[in-house]
Design a protein around this ligand. Structure first.
Ligand code: S5P
Length: 266
């Protein structure tokens, strides 16, 4: 199937090359799954790519939770991700002023040199997006920012008025790839989609085939429902990396998400 057929209006409207790249990969793999690769050893991370690479479109990392992180191991890991045709998404949740966020894209982890996508809170104002974009430009690369418009965790402070401001500023900025929405609540997600319109991506954590409450305030909703409500990518962590058979589990999430997309665009 062609991406234009699978994605319909999103493909037509998407202005960013990174969004097109994601939609192509997702179509080729018939998977709208981003794996939250929350394992804390390099061996565990390599094992995951090996097991689930064919069934996921993107890999979300928390580079600062890996116990045995080294630049060499990380560069091999990114190479393996590229070979598996995965977008690399560092979930750093930047929140500082623009110039500091730009500097934080460098440093020990040098996120600007290997990430295709990063997350940011807009709490400090819209210049953070310019700071992050400048960091990619500093190393001759380009990337996309996902702004946190909603969160999946119980009691979070991203109230509707804040979400509206984030969406207003984010939809107007070329450096914004899209928004993080709450995958655990389809009705909230629908509201987010109508505010965002059809151009930008909405990616959603808080998704699990076992719907309900997770650890420490995490909440989970159904993957197909999230896509039907307007999510373009389900971010799944423990549902895959803690499963007894991560490959089979990734395949199940891929099927659930793909089914949602085809149904949404019928
Ligand atoms: O609101 C949010 C935003 C994010 S990016 N809620 C989240 O859970 N996340 C991330 O998604 C979180 O950092 C974790 O990496 C992943 C969810 O993992 P799971 O194991 O609960 O599926």
């Amino acid at each position: 199937m062609e991406p234009s057929e699978a994605w319909g209006v999103r493909w037509e409207m998407a202005a960013s090359p990174m969004a097109k790249r994601y939609m192509k990969v997702a179509t080729a793999k018939q998977s709208l799954v981003c794996l939250a690769a929350d394992r804390n050893t390099m061996a565990g991370l390599f094992e995951l790519i090996e097991a689930v690479g064919p069934h996921v479109a993107a890999l979300k990392t928390h580079v600062d939770l890996v116990d045995d992180w080294t630049p060499e191991a990380w560069s091999r890991f990114c190479k393996a991700a590229h070979e598996a045709n995965l977008l690399i998404f560092e979930d750093r949740k930047f929140a500082d002023i623009g110039k500091i966020s730009r500097s934080q894209m460098a440093g020990v982890y040098d996120i600007r040199s290997w990430s295709d996508l990063v997350t940011a809170h807009l709490i400090s104002g819209p210049d953070i997006v310019d700071g992050l974009q400048a960091a990619w430009t500093d190393v001759g690369r380009s990337g996309g920012v996902l702004l946190l418009a909603q969160m999946s965790s119980r009691g979070n402070l991203l109230h509707p008025a804040y979400t509206t401001e984030v969406v207003g500023k984010g939809t107007a900025h070329n450096g914004v790839f899209g928004f993080i929405g709450n995958g655990s609540r389809p009705e909230e997600l629908q509201q987010l989609r109508s505010a965002v319109g059809e151009e930008k991506m909405i990616w959603t954590p808080g998704v699990n085939l076992a719907v309900g409450d997770g650890e420490m305030g995490q909440r989970y909703g159904d993957p197909t429902e999230a896509v039907l409500a307007g999510s373009d990518c389900i971010i799944v962590g423990s549902g895959i990396h803690k499963a007894s058979d991560p490959r089979a589990s990734a395949q199940a999430y891929a099927d659930a998400s793909w089914k949602g997309l085809l149904q949404r665009n019928r």
